[in-house]
Design a protein around this ligand. Structure first.
Ligand code: ADP
Ligand code: MG
Length: 387
């Protein structure tokens, strides 16, 4: 949809014009998977697709929420903006953000008529939820003049997701949506929130995202198991070498201490984390040296480690990645996000993209009976005002 179509849709919904339009992107993590809660780095970038928010003040003392993506509409008095809506209502995402402003003592003197439209596929692991949270935080920060910086807006979005969607996510998604920059990826330490924007100029190469459309997402049980297994490894290693996080170990350190991890599963999990931290550092260095081939190889190694040691890929993501690796012109391909479902991310030479889509799509359907979708992504800017 164009901005003109969006403003017309707003008029049709609210019988007046939108006064302000904002946008915040979805994200894809290029490398550094399951490192965030182990004190390591992640390396996401913001996408050129995301969520638009159109709004205008009203004199009803109500916050009205509509979306062009979902039919349900919500109209809430200003006195009811800190209560979670039942039945996983979509409006919990923006509501949760507004509630954070209120909890910080910000007063609302009137309501707004709000309309969302997103072009990130929802539930695919590209963080349509973070895009919606951050666009709301960015908009209210501007209109209420609260002056929070982008990192604070990301934290507000994360809190909203914890408290109003019940998803105990890390900070990466909201951070990337808030801090993203065109043609840059974000080298982020999720513990300290220290970050660097690393230029990523892909000449003749595109980031291609493939969606498994698989219903099997990493559930909180499997996620919590991984967290516990990593903690067990830290605990056992600490007997011979005091550490707080697995990310503190280099691969050489790990080889010296790995025999103290008695549980073979915890050992494999730890090996993934230590290796992935190293791969992420190497990948950033490769980019800085213009060695995009090496960057791609590290992505592929990341997938193999997530498949064999961390065991979070599953047949659908494996089918997509393994089909991609066979194609000339694919520099690297890996699962992205928590795992089991969601998407893969691949670096593909321009001339190989049609072959990629055709062959990966065909092999995926043959192996899984499902149909994959492909998106050619540009690396876009973080949250901003459109108009
Ligand atoms: P992901 O963040 O990977 O896309 P989530 O399950 O975390 O998946 O978030 C998807 C949910 O976010 C949707 O089910 C819906 O409730 C909400 N959502 C995202 N974008 C929109 C939108 N444009 N309009 C309404 N709801 C949306
Ligand atoms: Mg989400």
């Amino acid at each position: 949809m164009t901005i003109e179509q969006l403003t017309s849709a707003y008029k049709a919904a609210y019988q007046k014009s939108a006064t302000d339009i904002f946008f915040s992107p979805g994200r894809v993590n290029l490398i550094g998977e399951h490192t965030d809660y182990n004190g390591g780095f992640v390396f996401p970038c913001a996408l050129s697709f995301g969520t638009y928010l159109l709004m205008a003040p009203n004199d009803e003392q109500k916050m009205n929420f509509r979306s062009l993506n979902i039919d349900a509409t919500y109209s809430l008095p200003l006195t009811q903006l800190t209560e979670v809506l039942p039945n996983k209502a979509w409006a919990n995402y923006p509501l949760g953000v507004i509630a954070q402003f209120i909890k910080r003592g910000v007063a609302l003197t009137h309501g707004y008529d709000i309309l969302f439209w997103g072009n990130v596929p929802a539930g695919a692991g590209l963080s349509s939820s973070a895009a919606m949270e951050v666009v709301t935080a960015f908009a209210f920060n501007e209109l209420l003049g609260t002056g929070y910086d982008r990192t604070e807006l990301a934290k507000i979005g994360q809190k909203a997701e914890h408290e109003f969607a019940g998803v105990m996510c890390g900070i990466m998604d909201q951070f990337a949506s808030a801090q993203g920059k065109q043609d840059h990826a974000i080298y982020l330490n999720c513990d300290t929130l220290h970050f660097d924007l690393v230029p990523i100029k892909l000449e003749g190469i595109k980031v291609v995202i493939a969606n498994t459309h698989s219903p099997h997402h990493l559930d909180s049980g499997a996620y919590n198991d991984r967290v516990r297994q990593c903690q067990l490894a830290v605990q056992q290693i600490s007997a011979v070498r005091p550490i707080k996080n697995l990310a503190e170990l280099s691969q050489a350190d790990f080889l010296q201490v790995e025999t103290v991890i008695t549980d073979p599963v915890a050992h494999r999990r730890a090996r993934h984390v230590v290796g992935e931290v190293q791969r992420t550092m190497d990948a950033v260095q490769a980019l800085q040296q213009g060695n995009i081939e090496l960057f791609g190889q590290l992505m592929t190694q990341s997938h193999i480690s997530l498949r064999d040691d961390y065991e979070v890929t599953g047949p659908q993501l494996d089918a997509l990645a393994e089909a991609a690796w066979k194609i000339d012109g694919v520099l690297g391909s890996r699962m992205t996000g928590g795992g089991f479902g969601g998407c893969t991310v691949s670096l593909v030479k321009d001339e190989a993209i049609p072959t990629f889509i055709e062959r990966v799509g065909k092999e995926y359907t043959e192996k899984t009976g499902l149909k994959a979708d492909f998106y050619i992504a540009e690396i876009g800017d973080g949250a901003h005002r459109v108009r």
